[in-house]
Each structure stands twice: as C-alpha cells, then as structure tokens.
Write a new protein. Structure first.
Length: 365
C-alpha cells in the first residue's frame, strides 16, 4: 500500500499543494514555519480525521477561506482508491472513499499511518499520553476490533470520573466493576501486542548492532509495558484509591495511566542514551510496529517523520536513512531547507524524492 498522488487546498498557511510521491523516501524541505509539517499532517488528517496535536479542524482552514480539502490516490495491491477529507467552517467533516461517505475507521484501515517527531519531543521525553497513543494506533492496525474496545473503556471511564467529580455514590460501584472488566480486556490486547513488538524490536536491534559497532551497546535495549495497575487484586486497588479518586475527581489507576518503560540494560534510556541514540531507538520501535503490521496484512503502513535531522550527526543519519530505506514502508520526512544539499546527497540516483516547498508553491500558483 502506498500513496501515489497527494493534494490539498487551504490547509493552514498553504493554499494548494500537489505531489507525486516515491514508494520509498520522500523528503519535504523548506524554511521554518513554511508548511513542511502541514504536508505530513495532511496525510495524518486524511487517515485519522484529527491533527497531530488535536487542533480544532476549523483552525486548520487557511485564513480568508471557508474550507479545506485533502485528496490522496492510493494503490492497494492491484486496486487504486481515492480518499478525500473535506471540512467547511462550522460544519462537520466529510470523509469519502471513491466518493462514498465513510467512517474514520474505514480511512484508518485504508491509509494506516505511524507518526514520529524528532523535534523537542521524542519517544523518550514525550508524555505518557503520546506513548499510549502510539501503542493504541499500532494495535488498531493489527486488531481492528480493538478500537471499539478502547472507546467502550473510555466511555465507562468518563462516566466514573463524572460520578467522582459529583461525589455521587449511586452507581460508582457498578461503574468500577465495569471499568475493571473492560480495563483487563484493554491490557490483554496491549500486552499481547507489546510481546509481539518486543520480538520485532529485538530482531531490528540485533541487525543494527551486527552491522555497526556504533550500536553494540543498544542490542540490550528493551521495553516493558506498565499497565497502570500494581500487582494487587484490582478490586482492592480501586478500593484503596477511592478516597484519593473522590478528592481529585478522576480515576488515578488503570490502562489510561499505562506507559512504556524503555531501558538499556538496567538504566532508563533517557538517562543514559545520547540524543542520536534515542532517535535511533525511537525509529527501531516504529520499524518494529511496521513489521508487526506487515505480518498481519502483507504490506506496510505509511511513516510520517517530522524534523528528521534534529539532534543527529552524519554517522547516525546514514544509519537512520538505511533503516528507513530497508523498512519497506513509504516514508514522508520533513527537514529545514539548510539541509537541502544533504538531502540531495542522500537521494543520489535512487528512487527517493525531494520536494521543496518553494517549487511546490510555484507549481500550485
């Protein structure tokens, strides 16, 4: 599965953009605040009907315009489909596949994406919310039924939090029992998925350390899924936390508090690894997700990597580009224009492509 055409109108600060991407690496290069991330975000929007940071979609519309529209032509095996997302001011968004209205779930299924940012936040210093989101989106792509399970858990969680906030005991016990049952189900899905990812990550790290002495130390890198619970019986855990939950007005334990604990040997990655190593490990984790996806579906998701040159030296960059080139996934990568010549060197005579915002704007005008 890959995008062979992408276009959009009136998105953030860009009036019109159109490109014919490569099946492999696609570099989006331009000045700061020129719209590089917007191009990556257009693909994410098309897939998930939301932005990277949950921005109100009306605010994504270019100033002075009253709508935005994103269209991608996608090749799935021997079938070509068109996915479109339109949003007018103060109106509901409309997603279509081949002109038929569809749900966000259908768009997610036909255009699976995995986003990763190498800017100020990376996988190790971002919030637990973002790490959970990465788990949940990857898990949905290999177990489509997981989305409805997670939505059901969140619905019960919101109801319990409302009862806690209102200091209402009338249905708190019932909601707690329902939350325990549904929370156990969420953790079962996540635990199985993380066990599978662990195998793929180990394989990726072994390949990396075998090919470069630079990474012999990270062959011992691993992660542990932290469920949001202790090892005590769940009923007693919720009982022990009830006074605290009532005081705070929300539920303090459960899968919505889960996280991933990344380590090299016995030390936390963020404490002992350089920025370059953190970036390489982040990428290895995402590649493990693409491999899990490939095992399930026989093709790869699209990777969206923002600010790829952030905090990385030339040696590590070469390794990262090789990892991405060998991943089998179509990749969209943003970079400041000061790396224009570096990108040209990377691309060489390969099938990878470079798109500069200046050229794309001129073609669209």
């Amino acid at each position: 599965m890959f995008i062979n055409k992408l276009s959009f109108q009136n998105l953030r600060g860009l009036e019109f953009i159109a490109l014919d991407p490569s099946k492999s690496l696609n570099f989006i290069v331009g000045p700061n605040n020129a719209g590089k991330t917007t191009i990556l975000e257009s693909i994410y929007l098309l897939s998930c009907s939301k932005t990277f940071r949950g921005t109100n979609l009306d605010k994504m519309i270019l100033n002075g315009k009253n709508f935005f529209k994103i269209v991608a032509k996608i090749s799935e095996n021997t079938v070509n489909i068109s996915i479109c997302l339109e949003k007018s001011l103060k109106s509901s968004k409309i997603s279509t596949i081949n002109d038929d209205k569809v749900s966000t779930k259908a768009c997610l299924s036909h255009l699976p994406v995995i986003p990763l940012c190498f800017g100020v936040e990376n996988l190790f210093n971002t919030s637990a919310d973002n790490r959970r989101s990465l788990i949940d989106s990857g898990l949905f792509h290999v177990k489509h039924e997981y989305l409805s399970k997670l939505q059901n858990y969140n619905k019960i969680l919101n109801a319990r939090n409302k009862s806690l906030k209102n200091k209402s005991d009338s249905n708190l016990s019932y909601l707690t029992d329902k939350l325990i049952d549904n929370g156990m189900l969420i953790n079962e899905y996540r635990t199985r998925y993380m066990d599978e990812l662990s195998l793929h990550l180990k394989k990726t790290l072994t390949e990396l350390s075998n090919n470069s002495v630079l990474y012999s130390d990270i062959s011992n890198a691993s992660f542990c899924y932290k469920s949001g619970y202790s090892n005590e019986p769940l009923k007693s855990q919720y009982g022990d936390c009830l006074h605290k939950d009532l005081a705070l007005g929300y539920t303090t334990i459960g899968p919505h508090r889960a996280d991933i604990d990344f380590k090299i040997s016995d030390d936390a990655v963020k404490d002992v690894a350089s920025m370059s190593t953190q970036i390489i490990l982040s990428l290895c984790f995402v590649i493990a997700q693409t491999r899990a996806f490939h095992v399930k579906h026989g093709h790869y998701p699209v990777l969206l990597i923002d600010d790829i040159f952030f905090g990385i030296d030339d040696k590590n960059l070469a390794v990262m580009i090789k990892l991405l080139s060998n991943s089998g996934a179509q990749c969209f990568l943003s970079a400041p224009d000061l790396y224009n010549e570096k990108v040209k060197e990377i691309i060489g005579s390969s099938h990878n492509k470079l798109f500069t915002l200046v050229d794309m704007k001129q073609k669209g005008s």
